[in-house]
Design a protein around this ligand. Structure first.
Ligand code: 13P
Ligand code: SF4
Length: 382
């Protein structure tokens, strides 16, 4: 018997997503809460900080990428995870929650990890694919010793890239541990290949003292990434030419404008912003770091925050004692995170509760095994 299913008398067969789109938020919320009550601790809903308020309201846990992957790794009671975030996060949760020792403890029973909308991807993660990374590695091998390169992938990447790192002595990082991960990598090798976010790689390595001229950018559409051999030989960090389309919208002139308009303003940005923005900021860190800075600040603190709009708006609501400005005059919003809405959440939960889960993210076994190596290296470092 499927233990996820609630009694059939309680729930009629869920309809298609179109039906849920026609329902109002009050009804969707009531139905989501009904499933949460029925399933209790067997269900874990994770919400990334960039999710909409109405989705966050139904999350058991909210956090940044690292916190959520740790929570997925530690989950012991739950029988299903619904990940309100983007595709790479659900993949990571699947790899960690269904790793071999956990499967053995549960007599082989998998925890389904559900992504309420399959279209919730990450444009940055899509900027590096495994074939491009394999080609890059082969081209590098013609110029330098790849034994002396540690591949580091930002957690915002496909499981196949994490698996590549697992196979080649590499590791995963998040925006909250990138510096300690790079330090770990430099203890093992002279060089790092960092993908897919050039800005996180550059901002972190520069803070550690790596000069810019030792950080060439690798363009996957050009031979040797668009570099000459001399540049690659001199390199310490090879930065994949990827970026976050949300964070790259913050500009240094936005910092100048707010500094002029608001006296004593503290500029707090995410490390996915460009180096020019990070250079002008007072504080730089992950979404979790941003949240902690605001929570710990005295009333009356003035902030300009450069990260996804939903998190900044929530901080404004939750901290009316502080003056919070969005760093950019234009809307910088993650359209794919925004795809998770109450309709998709309710639709996926009602399927789960009737024992017919939809949108289950299940990483291929071989890929998951290698990716786990790189993820565990990261998790053991903390
Ligand atoms: P963090 O939650 O690690 O700060 O990452 C932000 C992000 O862009 C997630 O996609
Ligand atoms: Fe990807 Fe940027 Fe959206 Fe994060 S904010 S999920 S990095 S596109």
């Amino acid at each position: 018997m499927n233990t996820l299913a609630t009694t059939r008398a309680d729930l009629s067969a869920p309809g298609p997503i179109q039906h849920y789109r026609s329902l109002d938020n009050d009804e969707l919320s009531a139905r989501i809460e009904a499933i949460r009550r029925r399933m209790g601790s067997r269900l874990l809903i994770l919400g990334h900080h960039y999710q909409q308020d109405e989705v966050i309201a139904h999350s058991d846990l909210r956090g940044d990428s690292l916190q959520l992957s740790q929570q997925a790794a530690e989950s012991r009671q739950c029988e299903a995870i619904v990940f309100c975030g983007v595709h790479f996060m659900a993949e990571t949760a699947d790899i960690l929650a269904n790793r071999p020792e956990r499967l053995a403890q549960r007599q082989g029973k998998r925890i389904p990890v559900v992504l309420p909308d399959m279209a919730a991807g990450c444009s940055m993660a899509d900027m590096a694919d495994i074939d491009q990374v394999e080609t890059c590695w082969e081209e590098l091998a013609e110029v330098v010793d790849t034994e002396d390169i540690t591949p580091v992938t930002y957690i915002n990447s496909a499981a196949s890239l994490k698996a590549f790192c697992g196979r080649h002595g590499g590791i995963v990082c998040t925006s909250s541990n990138a510096e300690s991960i790079l330090r770990w990598a430099f203890e093992r090798s002279r060089r790092v290949l960092f993908f897919p976010d050039q800005h996180l790689g550059r901002n972190t390595a520069r803070r550690m003292g790596v000069p810019l001229d030792e950080m060439p950018v690798w363009n996957p559409f050009e031979e040797l990434g668009g570099n000459d051999e001399q540049t690659i030989r001199r390199s310490r960090v090879i930065l994949w030419q990827g970026h976050c389309s949300v964070h790259q919208m913050f500009r240094p002139e936005h910092v100048d404008r707010l500094r002029q308009q608001v006296p004593d303003i503290r500029v707090l940005v995410h490390p996915e912003c460009t180096m020019e923005v990070v250079d002008k900021a007072d504080l730089v860190g992950s979404t979790g770091f941003i949240l902690r800075q605001v929570q710990a600040a005295p009333p009356g603190t003035r902030w300009a925050i450069g990260t996804e709009l939903h998190l900044v708006n929530r901080l404004k609501q939750e901290h009316p004692e502080q003056e919070i400005h969005f760093l950019s005059p234009i809307i910088c919003m993650c359209a794919t995170m925004y795809r998770i809405d109450l309709a998709h959440l309710c639709w996926s939960l009602e399927h789960l509760a009737t024992g017919k889960p939809v949108n289950v993210i299940e990483v291929d076994t071989d890929v998951a095994r290698d990716a786990l190596v790189a993820l565990e290296r990261m998790l053991q470092l903390r």
